[in-house]
Design a protein around this ligand. Structure first.
Ligand code: RB5
Length: 145
C-alpha cells in the first residue's frame, strides 16, 4: 500500500513524524514536500498528492496544513478525490467506511502529534463498507462530470 504525503510550511514539522509513523505501520510513502519551512502555498501540495492518488501511483494521500481546511478544499477540486479534514478519529474512520475517502487532511495548528497519529491509524485501518454507501459515493462522482 503506497501513501502520498504533502504539506505546506505550517504542516512541515508534523509531516516527518507522520511519515515515520506510517512507515512503522508498514506503508510505503512518497513525500511530495514541502521540504523546508519557507513560506509556500498549500494548493500546490494538494495538487501533487491528488494527482498521485488519481493516477493510481499512490493508493491514498495525507495532507497537512495549518488547519487542514485549505489543503482539503484544494484536493477536493480534483475529479476522483474525496478528501476529509479531521481533528478526531471517529470522523476519520467513518469517512473511509461510508464515504470512501482517499485523502486525509488535518491541521498542525489543531492537532498534536499523538492525536494526529490516532486519526491516521483509524483512517488507514478502516475499510469502505460499500452497499448503500456505494450509491451515495457514485452520486457524488456524478457531480464531477
Ligand atoms: C497558512 O498560513 C495557512 O493559511 C494554511 O496552512 C492553512 O491553514 C490553510 O487552510
Amino acid at each position: 500500500m503506497k501513501l502520498a504525503i504533502g504539506c505546506d510550511h505550517v504542516g512541515f514539522e508534523l509531516k516527518p513524524e507522520i511519515i515515520d509513523y506510517v512507515r512503522e505501520l508498514g506503508y510505503e510513502v512518497t513525500d511530495f514536500g514541502t521540504t523546508t519551512n519557507e513560506r509556500t502555498n498549500y494548493p500546490q501540495y494538494a495538487k501533487k498528492v491528488s494527482e498521485a492518488v488519481v493516477s493510481g501511483d499512490c493508493d491514498l494521500g495525507i495532507l497537512i496544513c495549518g488547519t487542514g481546511v485549505g489543503i482539503s478544499i484544494s484536493a477536493n477540486k480534483f475529479n476522483g478525490i474525496r478528501a476529509v479534514v479531521c481533528s478526531e478519529p471517529y470522523s476519520a474512520k467513518l469517512s473511509k467506511e461510508h464515504n470512501n475517502t482517499n485523502i486525509l487532511a488535518f491541521g498542525s495548528r489543531v492537532v498534536g502529534i499523538e492525536l494526529a497519529k490516532m486519526i491516521v491509524k483509524e483512517w488507514l485501518d478502516a475499510e469502505f463498507e460499500g452497499g448503500r454507501h456505494s450509491e451515495r459515493v457514485e452520486m457524488i462522482a456524478e457531480f464531477e462530470s
